[in-house]
Design a protein around this ligand. Sequence first.
Ligand SMILES: *Cc1c(COP(=O)(O)O)cnc(C)c1O
Length: 396
Amino acid sequence: MPSASLPAPLDPPVRTLLGPGPSDTHPRVLAAMSKSTVGHLDSYYLQLMDGMQQMLRSVFQTKNRMTFAVSATGSAGMEAAVVNVVEPGDSMVVCVNGVFGGRMADVAGRAGANVTKVERPWGEVFAVGDLKEAIAKAKPKAVGIVLAETSTGAWQPIEEIAAVVRESGAMLIVDAVTALGGLPVEVDRWGVDVIYSGSQKCLSCPPGLAPISFSDRALEGILARKTKVQSWYLDVSMLAQYWGSDRVYHHTAPINMTYGLYEALRLVLDEGLENCFARHRRNHLALKAGLAALGITYTAAQGHQLPMLNAVRVPEGIDDARVRGELLSRFGIEIGGGLGAFKGKVWRIGLMGYGSRPANVLLFLAALEQLLAEQGHQFDGGAGVAAANAAYSSTK
Ligand SMILES: *Cc1c(COP(=O)(O)O)cnc(C)c1O
């Protein structure tokens, strides 16, 4: 007999997720996740782990042996990167120009590091010159930086900074949570020591796994630590025994999440990394053309605007919360508001992974035009959609 007090059956609304993550899950990923659960030491599962590691090395563009997925979200990837590399009392420099650099500094402080924050205003990126002095002074064991700062929409160039960090002997830790799958991430060529991501941004998966990769140099440093890694769950020296050839039980892997990420990585590699990046760029440029026709501008400078996360200024006189609320209630579209310094002033429009499609760009612009018109914003009706269509026609 059904209980009167039983909560309602599960029936989530179908949304179009165009925010800072999670992004829309690819239907093939959802289908993969509904397959029969096997044991975490089943030979079938062990094969999947091998395949997943191989595909993660491809998307990270690395030969790093210790490339796997942490069983938790992107923040656990961040935590795993930091707590394995730094010991209490170590010096760490963290680049902060938005929420996620700030979070990394917090994680490092909690791990007992002496943290030096190098800061840039929100929406801006770091140049080598911003770091040289801090590195000379702090002599850090590690330097942390965010490649795609999801809170500001800024695309951080890494190559030159990586060279300077390497020269100093410090380990370079890179946050690629939003970047991976949407723009080039070249771990070996850049010389990154630890890099992590998340499943729910450009990989078209639900949240729940954090791809991560440690260079051999980083691993050697971790194995030579004087103190135990303060987190049992994230200690890579123990995780290495499960992900390595020994397959020693550590924790129960989230089997069906692994199915999802496995299928998601197959999708990315089947499309081809270059094609995948080009698709993100093309949809970004069409959205940007559409927004420009509505008088809407980006927070990051030209040349540093992320293709998968469009952070734009809310037009003068427009009610930020009302637009976002009605996008969701009337059109089923979720976008993100501003965080911290950008609260109430910025919209964050994600075109990530499976969500990066012309249909989403055109649907969003059409819905936005209607809501802006209702609030008295001045623009030529239809101009946003038309500009996006024109951008698509010119980039076949
Ligand atoms: C989303 C995000 C994170 C945190 O990932 P969660 O999956 O929310 O824990 C970290 N860094 C960046 C740049 C992000 O965009």
